[in-house]
Ligand binder design. Sequence first.
Ligand SMILES: [Zn+2]
Length: 389
Amino acid sequence: MTSTGGLIERAALVDKEILRSSQRDHPPFGDYLAVPPDQVRRVHRTGGTTGEAMNLALSAVDAEQTAIVGARAQSASGLRPGDVVAHCLNYQMWMGGFTDHTTLEATGATVVPFGVGNPQLLLRTIRELGITAISCTPSYPAVLEQVAQEMGIDPGTLGLRLGLFGGEAALDVPGFRDRIEATWGFAARNSNYGVTDVMCNFAGQCEHQMDLHFVALDVLHPEIVDPETGEALAWEAGTSGELVLTHLSRECQPLVRFRTGDVVTLTALDPCACGRTAPRLRVSGRADDMVVVRGVKVFPSSVAALVTGDTSTSGEYRIVLEGPGPYDRLPLEVELAAGLEASGHEAAVIADRIGRIAQRDLRVTATITLVDHGTLPRTEGKTRRVVRR
Ligand SMILES: [Zn+2]
């Protein structure tokens, strides 16, 4: 953006590791807590299960601004006064629980703090309270669908008109959105894109298109930088790179030029059909997961799209990189659907087909290694798709 006259761009970039080490040395909030500790009104913790927990502090003003900005994203996705929304994310310390709840309330909708678990009770509550919208992870409707079937309930008859999702890229996998919309009769939207260390939700899809409206220009200064060099890139439609954010208004833990680790493409700056002038962007994936093959950036999300689109595969895959690169080819392990064998003529035909689709859709030459059904590791939660050796 040009409004800062290049001043912000002169500051050093800050990354998660700097914050982590600051919290290690100055527990619990790090040396960047900019208010006296008694001004902290809310504390969230993240990442405690996978490594050191990060402590996130909000003052009363921070909490209010967070609710207002998140509400813009949820409203863009169609939530409005008169809706009754069940919020089905984990309330235990995580921002997606209580703080996301406040964003839903700030839209003017009625919010039911359901949390996670007990799907039978949720289905009954949806009926009894006339709930019209659900806020949950993209994978949750499949769980609920199963339970509904067991209870003899057709999900499409429950009266939900809106499914609000975030947190996972599943919604962008071709076919996934159509399928849950058809099953539930609701419109499925990504209403909730945020970066925990900065703000829990500052972008959402509107009812007119699939990109995310960045709805926080008054409180966050966004930049896009080259993920490899850190160089600031032009803020114009078509620019791709790592999203960097600076708080323009924050009392606790304000950040300047924080590297979010997310690679985004700025898709449009002109007004949208919905009337919003907020810039639009698309999230490609994590900078850590980006693989550069002969100058072409490849993300697991685009590999997922091509693998899941081929019925000869189980949908599981890995990108296995030997050495630090640069890479001439994309080394791709693809798991076959049950009943198919990873050797012989049929396998050769499948590998050739996937390779040609990779060439067409990803614009890279891929080395396809087919593996038998059930051999690639499955993990609960986020599966590691890029393996570096
Ligand atoms: Zn729009």
